[in-house]
Ligand binder design. Sequence first.
Ligand SMILES: NC(=O)c1ccc[n+]([C@@H]2O[C@H](COP(=O)([O-])OP(=O)(O)OC[C@H]3O[C@@H](n4cnc5c(N)ncnc54)[C@H](OP(=O)(O)O)[C@@H]3O)[C@@H](O)[C@H]2O)c1
Length: 297
Amino acid sequence: MSRITLIGPGAIGSAIGGALALAGHEVTFCARKAFARLSVQKESEPALVFPARVVTSPANVPPADWVLLCVKAYQVSSAADWLAAAVGPETRVAVLQNGVEQRENAEPFVPTGTTIVPVVIDLPASRTAPGEVKWKRIAAVTVPQGPDGEDFVNLFTGSFVTAETSDEFVTRAWLKLCNNAPSGAILALTGQRMRVMHEPGIADLARAILKETIAVGRAEGARLDDALVERQMQFFLAATGDEGNSMYEDRMAGREMEWNARNAVIVRKAAQHGIAVPVSTTLVPFLAAISNAAKKD
Ligand SMILES: NC(=O)c1ccc[n+]([C@@H]2O[C@H](COP(=O)([O-])OP(=O)(O)OC[C@H]3O[C@@H](n4cnc5c(N)ncnc54)[C@H](OP(=O)(O)O)[C@@H]3O)[C@@H](O)[C@H]2O)c1
């Protein structure tokens, strides 16, 4: 049994925290709003409902073996007080976020030398109310190979989450970005669901963002083959028309978006490698402007 402190019990935090609590760990949720019970439901299966241990002030955070950071990438700085309170000398931090900068996102907010484990998540989930999450299809997490990765994977033994280490973690993370960068930008900017991929010119735009993501990912050490472009495009074009994604949901709800973690990262890393990424460079200011307006509202 491990003591786990989970910061950000949203869709991913509630599902992952629920899985870990059901696997027998002592899970404390750090939340802005208290909730008494956690309800985790897979599609039409019965919900798993159990009491939740929740704290709403960093002053009440217990010591932890693991801290799981599950806020969105743009929310990390707002969780600084939680991290300061939760991370002790022996605590390891797992960052469950999309993008390829999980380590960089957490590093400024934890003591130097803290072990940070980046996590790629495949778990389509939505939070329906505080402490209430629904998920579908797949519940999987991937971490880099090594002793910390192995320990993280072992936390999930006996849970509904499939956890594995990968000796190709960089590739794994960039593969996910190849999915997220084009679809996130296009759905958020057009305000339309996946059917928009069939509108004139939109598939070509997705293809262009994808090619830029692949070029930068390769420069970062990811093994991304040429055929990935059309494989990923087939996936986009075969998606159910009414499927959305979190950039779309955030845009529609007037919330900030993870444009920095999913799109600006391509521009930043491209500059480091001297790679031209004109499409991402053009689109990022639009995404940033929309997101920044939501922040000010
Ligand atoms: N949802 C998915 O299907 C999915 C799948 C794969 C990957 N991901 C990635 O997983 C990450 C988390 O996404 P998500 O969908 O779980 O987001 P989410 O549902 O918005 O959850 C974020 C949670 O963090 C909380 N939070 C934010 N700032 C906080 C703070 N300062 N203190 C305490 N709690 C704070 C939010 O609380 P409030 O409720 O108070 O705002 C919310 O509960 C993202 O990087 C996302 O891209 C998501």
